[in-house]
Ligand binder design. Structure first.
Ligand SMILES: Cc1cc2nc3c(=O)[nH]c(=O)nc-3n(C[C@H](O)[C@H](O)[C@H](O)COP(=O)(O)OP(=O)(O)OC[C@H]3O[C@@H](n4cnc5c(N)ncnc54)[C@H](O)[C@@H]3O)c2cc1C
Length: 294
């Protein structure tokens, strides 16, 4: 039986460092472990929440009445063959990129600055520099308590920072199709992209990546919020990044409530001052919600 831990604070599992205790936490290492954990959740009538690196997640300060899953072992292993890379849902993008580079496979460089996992990338259809998961993904193994199935990008409903997956569907494995590229070319591209990131985003602070999706049009969410004068705006321990206004930094002792309060203020100002309705990108977990704009 997979070990079930109780009361582990989600603050330890999220990059922003906020979030109260999980009712239950399991770290399945095989497909069998995963199925067993899902059966446990069903029998205890617990919702299931998968946490990758928690790099686009805000969890309720009061805690989460769910079985939280962290995929490890085989479910985080990475293999390459010919032009394919196969990654467990819990494999980090950094490890995938290293393995791809060592195997002389390019096309995943865009993910170098996305600090998540293969499964989190599928769920969010993560992307950067004009590319996203839908362009490299061949198929993903999606597991529920009742069955498992390999789904294509189309079947996963991948759109801009969106998939049609629900929280009870666990991405256990992802297959990417890449293309031959020399390791030195890959290294060069990655260095260039990482350099660009460091210049424009608070990469050395605790954040959860983009707060809002970019609205339709030429002006990104960050630029819009900067125009509203929100850079440096602080509530409690959370502050709108002085470097990039679509990031919230944990300046010390931040809570999820502080982050949500900043999001409420940012959305209100974007609507009042620019007439734009901003849509949340970050995943909310537990009893935490962004109230509708009034
Ligand atoms: C500094 C920084 C920079 C970032 N830059 C980018 C960027 O350029 N582009 C971008 O798209 N994102 C970016 N992000 C956000 C984040 O890294 C991505 O959304 C990433 O794909 C989230 O992956 P994760 O594994 O951390 O998912 P988590 O944050 O742990 O979870 C996000 C959602 O995915 C679900 N999930 C996670 N794993 C699985 C799984 N195996 N099966 C099913 N559901 C799962 C969770 O339940 C949750 O709903 C950035 C974040 C940070 C902190």
């Amino acid at each position: 039986m997979t070990l079930i831990e109780h009361g582990v604070p989600l603050a330890r599992l999220t990059t922003i460092g906020t979030g109260g205790p999980a009712a239950a936490l399991a770290r399945p290492k095989t497909l069998e472990d995963l199925t067993e954990a899902l059966r446990f959740a069903e029998s205890e009538e617990l919702e299931v929440v998968v946490v990758g690196l928690g790099s686009n997640m805000l969890a309720a300060d009061e805690g989460v009445d769910a079985l939280v899953l962290r995929l490890e072992g085989e479910l985080a292993a990475v293999e390459t063959s010919a032009q394919f890379l196969s990654a467990g849902g819990g494999a980090t993008n950094a490890v995938c990129l290293h393995r791809a580079r060592d195997a002389g496979l390019g096309g995943f460089e865009f993910a170098c600055a996305i600090p998540g996992t293969a499964g989190g990338g599928v769920r969010m259809n993560a992307g950067a520099y004009g590319r996203d998961w839908s362009e490299v993904l061949v198929r993903a193994l999606v597991v529920t308590v009742d069955d498992d199935a390999w789904l294509t990008a189309e079947e996963l409903g991948l759109e801009y920072r969106h998939s049609s997956l629900s929280s009870s569907q666990v991405v256990a494995r992802v297959e990417y199709r890449l293309e031959p590229r020399s390791p030195s070319d890959i290294r060069e591209t990655v260095a260039e992209l990482v350099g660009r990131r460091k210049a424009t985003q608070p990469t050395n602070k605790r954040t959860f990546g983009s707060v809002f999706k970019n609205p339709v049009g030429d002006v990104g969410a960050g630029q819009l919020l900067e125009q509203c004068g929100l850079k440096g705006h602080r509530i409690g321990g959370a502050v709108i990044s002085p470097k990039h206004a679509n990031f919230i930094e944990n300046a010390g002792g931040a809570t999820t409530a502080d982050c949500v309060a900043l999001m409420v203020e940012a959305r209100r100002r974007a609507l009042d001052e620019c007439g734009v309705v901003l849509e949340r990108e970050v995943a909310l977990v537990g009893a935490v919600d962004l109230p509708p704009l009034t």
